[in-house]
Design a protein around this ligand. Structure first.
Ligand code: SF4
Length: 381
């Protein structure tokens, strides 16, 4: 069986595409693909921790937010730690934001952590600490988009929804529309088209299965067509796997603002951790002093008696981020804990100019990811 598609010619461009953008698909083909994916998933699904029986809706929501733009191998350990620390929305809602960012660790895009905490506060305050059980209600929460709402409603509550992430969309356009990849984001038309492929029963297995299939078999760069159970019906495979005219842009990391923001955040997180370890996270000693850290009489006395660890503070002088590196002598770096000092050196090795660093620091403060008090910068209070 193969999927038949209607050919047409664009009046505007004169180009004859291989198929309509979202073609009609015969019921028999839909049933075959559904059955194949669901059977494949039953046999091949990875034992991800949030798929275990009895996982709470809150835990599913956390897994979905963490898994956006982060590989599941990096998410799994963080997810377990988070759920141990904050087992319900109310627990996360009450947590210090600095600790939330700290524990987000290296998952990237830390604004997700802030949005998750905002959503937790709304769930705790307005929903009796229970994650809403419909996609429509979930979408009213801060930071929850249509994809996450559909996924949580399906995987946590069994609602029949259409879960459309990049993996799902890629599988659908390859198999049913004969194209190698979807557009940047789904249109209303695509969403309506995809709804038809969600079975009336087994819709949770379909949603999870087609996602997993896109992650493991029908991948963006190296689809395993030779071993694919849909190879005989997949429109893109049968057409000889033609590449799209426009290649997707690959995201650079080195030299980007994102890299530099991450490096600044790493300094603040290290400072927070070392200050907490030294029992010195209060703002008392350093923030009362407007002079160079380590130079106040109080600090000098403290350092003399307890050594370097006592100098650790979670509030870092902004000019340590922006001053010419030649001015960062051992005495100034010695006011920081050893990990903070190493992170600062790494960040300064990126060789960004002071104006750019100042701009990114201002952005971090605006985004709620950092707190500035006078000439000091720390994680949010
Ligand atoms: S044949 Fe290739 S492109 Fe088609 S569904 Fe299978 S892996 Fe994806």
């Amino acid at each position: 069986m193969s999927i038949q598609m209607t050919h047409r010619t664009s009046a505007e461009t004169g180009i004859t595409p291989t198929a309509p953008v979202f073609p009609d698909v015969p019921e028999s083909a839909i049933t075959r693909v559904q059955t194949t994916i669901i059977d494949w998933f039953e046999a091949a699904a990875r034992p991800l921790p949030w798929r275990a029986e009895g996982t709470s809706a809150w835990a599913v929501l956390v897994s979905e937010i963490m898994s956006q733009q982060t590989p599941v191998s990096r998410v799994a350990p963080r997810w377990s730690e988070w759920l141990e620390r904050w087992p319900t929305p109310a627990d996360l809602a009450a947590a210090p934001t600095a600790e939330v960012l700290q524990r987000w660790d290296r998952l990237g895009y830390p604004r997700r952590a802030l949005r998750l905490q905002e959503a937790a506060r709304v769930i705790a305050d307005d929903h009796d600490n229970q994650v809403p059980d419909t996609a429509a209600a979930l979408e009213t929460l801060p930071g929850i988009g249509s994809y996450t709402a559909a996924a949580v409603a399906s995987f946590a509550h069994g609602e029949r929804t259409t879960v459309l992430d990049t993996n799902v969309r890629r599988v659908l356009v390859r198999v049913f529309a004969g194209r190698d990849r979807p557009t940047v984001s789904p249109s209303r038309r695509e969403t309506v088209w995809a709804e038809r492929f969600v079975p009336a029963t087994d819709h949770v297995a379909w949603n999870a299965g087609v996602m997993e299939f896109g992650a493991l078999v029908c991948t963006a760069r190296s689809p395993k067509c030779e071993d694919c159970p849909l190879a005989d019906i997949c429109a893109w495979n049968l057409a000889g796997r033609p590449a799209s005219a426009a290649k997707p842009k690959t995201q650079k990391w080195a030299g980007t603002d994102r890299q530099l923001r991450g490096a600044i955040m790493d300094v603040l997180k290290a400072a927070h951790a070392e200050a907490a370890e030294a029992g010195n996270r209060s703002t008392s000693v350093v923030e009362r002093s407007s002079v160079v850290p380590g130079s106040s009489a109080v600090e000098k006395a403290a350092n003399a008696t307890t050594g370097r660890a006592s100098a650790a503070t979670d509030a870092i002088a902004v000019d340590l981020f922006t001053a010419p590196t030649a001015e960062l002598d051992d005495e100034r770096l010695g006011t920081l804990g050893p990990t903070t000092s190493a992170k600062l050196t790494t960040m300064r090795d990126l060789s960004a100019d002071a104006d750019r660093i100042s701009r990114l620091i201002a952005d971090l403060v605006t985004d709620g990811l950092a707190h500035r008090s006078g000439d000091r910068l720390s994680l949010p209070r």
